[in-house]
Ligand binder design. Structure first.
Ligand SMILES: NC(=O)C1=CN([C@@H]2O[C@H](COP(=O)(O)OP(=O)(O)OC[C@H]3O[C@@H](n4cnc5c(N)ncnc54)[C@H](O)[C@@H]3O)[C@@H](O)[C@H]2O)C=CC1
Ligand SMILES: O=C(O)[C@@H]1CCC=N1
Length: 267
């Protein structure tokens, strides 16, 4: 049976998920609500029907799943327009927005909090999700059917885990993108031509990530295989690993993201 989806908000993350769904062999029927005309056009190019607000949703469209993909700060004002779809299940992807806040806007409803990431657009996402007590086994299976083609799915039994995974995989792609920028800047700083610096940094991250996925060894073993005793890598790793510098920096960054998710939940 074709899944009927209502996607509310088709910005960066909403569109990434939409792109993933529309590549599924049994692609769902999707109605998108998005106020920005260029983003509606982009959504329609995938095969979805896009409307500017909830009053434009076709009469009789009864979504199995309503995905709430607006900014956390918008959620409170957006929810009342969708409470009428509570025969289906709701999936919020907003960082921080709590189950309690979602239930205040939607009433007694089956609600899933999910944290995706943008590589979902190419089937390489990471998703954490947690469901409230009203979500049936069928609805849970439906959510998995929607997420699994787009990446790795982790069901987490405690809502606070969603704020934690937000700080790791939700925000994580940005950390890696910044790593590429930083490596390219460092390459320029030691005199590589600009275009070589940019491409060498990008390709090194792609190659290393692909190898980390394909090789049977774990990351530590792969790192050791690059590191000749007394060689160049050891000199660089002394800087990164000395006093656990990079681990401490990553931990500080991830803690900041987690704290922000918790703060967003209190607004
Ligand atoms: N960007 C990312 O990598 C990730 C984002 N998220 C979450 O996804 C949600 C959306 O984030 P982004 O896509 O980055 O933001 P965005 O700003 O790109 O997308 C939000 C979209 O909602 C639309 N919108 C505003 N008011 C609306 C309304 N009343 N009805 C329907 N649509 C409306 C906006 O026009 C915009 O296109 C946020 O809650 C964020 O926490 C979660 C995981 C990763
Ligand atoms: O930055 C944010 O708040 C959202 C949530 C995870 C990724 N982007």
């Amino acid at each position: 049976m074709t899944i009927r989806l209502l996607l509310v908000g088709c910005g960066n993350m909403g569109h990434a998920m939409l792109a993933g769904w529309m590549k599924m062999a049994d692609a769902p029927e999707v109605v998108v609500v998005e106020p920005a005309a260029p983003l509606r056009e982009r959504a329609e190019a995938t095969g979805a029907l896009a409307v500017a607000d909830h009053s434009g949703i076709p009469e009789g469209f009864a979504p199995d799943v309503t995905i709430l993909a607006v900014k956390p700060q918008m959620m409170e004002q957006v929810l009342p327009g969708y409470a009428r779809f509570r025969d289906g299940c709701f999936v919020s992807i907003a960082a921080g927005t709590t189950m309690a806040a979602l239930a205040r806007g939607l009433g007694e409803a089956a609600i899933v909090r999910c944290m995706p990431n943008t590589p979902a657009a190419i089937g390489r996402g990471v998703f954490g999700f947690t469901a409230n007590a009203a979500v049936t086994a069928e609805q849970r299976a439906l959510v998995r059917r929607l997420l699994e083609p787009s990446g790795r799915v982790f069901e987490l039994d405690d809502e606070t885990m969603i704020d934690r995974i937000t700080a790791v995989s939700g925000s994580g792609p940005a950390y890696l993108f910044h790593f590429i920028e930083a490596l390219a800047d460092a390459a320029r700083a030691i005199g590589l031509p600009d275009d070589v610096a940019t491409e060498a940094a990008r390709q090194t991250v792609f190659g290393a990530a692909a190898l980390a996925e394909a090789a049977p060894e774990d990351a530590a073993a792969l790192r050791r295989a690059v590191t000749s005793p007394g060689g160049t890598t050891a000199a660089a790793l002394d800087v990164l690993m000395g006093e656990d510098r990079l681990t401490r920096l990553m931990t500080e960054a991830v803690r900041a993201a987690f704290a922000r998710a918790e703060e967003l939940g209190k607004q």
